[in-house]
Design a protein around this ligand. Structure first.
Ligand code: SF4
Length: 164
């Protein structure tokens, strides 16, 4: 979003206005617990700016959370599993890796219109080459009806402050 805003504003009209999972989750939390403080924990440094814009109170990276666990001597692998009260929709499970958004969009579109045809292209990591591709697309040279752009190669699972 920042790349488009700063360098390719002519593409803004094509960018999805669907908020990120962080923003939706904040809304769900505040509906249930209006006084809650919201903390996004993830693999992305760009979330700090988005959180400021969208009212999320705090952002922690996986690295920072890992340091907290390590400092407190918590071995996550040895902890009791916690049953997730509301498991993710299967088509959303892969949202954080390349192709996952495309799969989720296709599943949702086909659940409404079974004959829907998705002709998707993908940018997997932002670099000079992919920026040139985006510029071509801005000139109307994209032969597809959907473009998935992941700034990090492989998607958020490979974000700059993830733990592998
Ligand atoms: S792809 Fe990278 S920059 Fe984009 S939201 Fe995921 S971790 Fe952040």
């Amino acid at each position: 979003m920042n790349l488009i805003r700063r360098h390719l504003p002519e593409l803004t009209k094509h960018v999805s206005d669907t908020p990120s999972p962080m923003v939706y989750t904040r809304e769900l939390v505040l509906k249930k617990c209006p006084d809650a403080k919201t903390v996004f924990i993830g693999p992305c440094v760009a979330k700090r700016g988005e959180a400021r814009e969208k009212g999320v109170d705090y952002v922690l990276s996986f690295e920072e959370l890992g340091s907290i666990f390590s400092g407190r001597g918590i071995d996550v692998a040895a902890c009791e599993p916690w049953p997730v009260p509301r498991p993710a929709n299967p088509s959303a499970r892969n949202f954080a890796r390349s192709c996952g958004v495309t799969e989720a969009v296709l599943a949702e579109a086909m659940s409404k219109t079974p004959s829907f045809k998705l002709d998707a292209k993908r940018i997997d990591g932002i670099d000079c080459k992919s920026c040139s591709l985006l510029k071509l697309y801005a000139e109307g040279k994209l032969k597809a009806n959907f473009l998935e752009v992941m700034s990090c190669p492989g998607g958020c699972v490979n974000g700059p402050v993830s733990l592998n």
